[in-house]
Design a protein around this ligand. Structure first.
Ligand code: SAH
Length: 213
């Protein structure tokens, strides 16, 4: 079984490289994360396919390429304060932790929040886990050097822009519930630049500054 995962993992890493992920720290971190542990056993055979897969509460663990791509766009550095909106399985938060960031993550579904929190505690991962509506950000711990929104947003919430540090960057998929454009936003001297970085499909951001239920 393990040998099987090792081979599949190596294949995934080379797939990601072929799709344009060239940040070696990200590839090395992905190599370390046992993605099967975030999935129910019935999906273990697909754990290292480059696809999104179902988790609890009708949500998904994002496609590895999407996770790697958004992380690469963020250009994180050691010690940066990073807010993730949409904890889901906890996979993306762990990747950011392995890249030596101080990670804050927020999830609106209690069962997902509790499962991820338990996983982080069990594995002694110092990831700060929160339950609530992340479309408003996480004001208590703001500002952040980086913000990553891992659910589809109808707009770019003002509140998130406010919680970004100067020289900060945010990645967020913006669109309707069927397709979104990935935006990379950079804040400098209170001015924002917006770059479009391709089309994606995420589960919706549901909340005050997201979609309604
Ligand atoms: N980053 C996750 C992917 C999760 S999918 C991973 O690595 O597995 C997106 C997640 O965003 C879902 O779990 C969904 O419940 C959550 N979400 C949607 N709207 C939210 C909101 N307003 N605040 C916090 N989490 C939200």
């Amino acid at each position: 079984m393990n040998q099987n995962f090792t081979l599949k993992k190596s294949k995934l890493i080379s797939d990601l490289e072929n799709k344009g992920i060239n940040n070696q720290d990200i590839l090395k971190a992905i190599q370390k994360i046992p993605r099967e542990l975030f999935l129910s056993k019935s999906f273990w055979n697909k754990a290292y396919d480059d696809n999104a897969l179902p988790i609890d509460c009708g949500q998904t663990i994002s496609q590895p390429f999407t996770v790697a791509y958004m992380t690469q766009l963020l250009e994180v550095e050691k010690g940066m304060r990073v807010l993730e909106i949409g904890t889901g399985s906890g996979y993306q938060a762990i990747l950011l932790h392995l890249l030596k960031c101080n990670v804050y993550t927020i999830e609106r579904h209690k069962p997902l929040y509790e499962k991820a929190k338990l996983f982080f505690e069990h594995n002694k991962l110092p990831i700060s886990c929160h339950l609530g509506d992340g479309s408003k950000g996480l004001l208590n711990h703001a500002p952040y050097n980086r913000i990553i929104v891992t659910a589809a947003s109808p707009d770019i919430p003002e509140e998130l822009l406010k919680q970004l540090e100067d020289n900060g960057k945010m990645v967020i998929p913006v669109g309707d519930t069927t397709s979104q454009t990935m935006y990379l936003i950079t804040k400098k001297d209170n001015n924002f630049t917006y770059e479009e970085k391709g089309k994606f499909k995420f589960v919706p951001l549901v909340g005050e500054f997201g979609f309604s239920e």
